[in-house]
Design a protein around this ligand. Structure first.
Ligand code: SF4
Length: 102
């Protein structure tokens, strides 16, 4: 699981709002942005460009347990989502800790 310091304040606040709003009434997320052809990894710490190449705003879900696989960026009902067929290149590492996605 990634440390909280890896996430932006905006992403963390949205996650708190999501949990407070009771998203449990919505269907589970099945289309994650990192599995979309329009996702790109950040190239460095200074790279603040949108990770969606279509420039969509995305939501972020925090893992609810250390073993959780259901976390990452998503956009409900995104009309541009298309499954990435080829493996995504590994994101750049920060220090010695590998990063799942940025
Ligand atoms: S699912 Fe939509 S928001 Fe997410 S990366 Fe793809 S195009 Fe962008």
């Amino acid at each position: 699981m990634r440390p909280l310091g890896d996430f932006s304040t905006e992403a963390l606040l949205r996650e708190l709002a999501r949990r407070n709003d009771g998203e449990r009434h919505l269907k589970p997320v099945t289309r994650w942005c990192e599995n979309c052809t329009h996702w790109r990894n950040s190239t460095s710490e200074a790279d603040t460009c949108n990770n969606c190449t279509r420039d969509h705003a995305m939501e972020f879900r925090m893992p609810e347990s250390p073993s959780s696989e259901d976390y990452g960026f998503y956009r409900r009902g995104c009309q541009d989502w298309s499954r990435r067929l080829e493996p995504r290149p590994a994101p750049p590492s920060r220090g010695s800790q590998p990063r799942r996605a940025t």
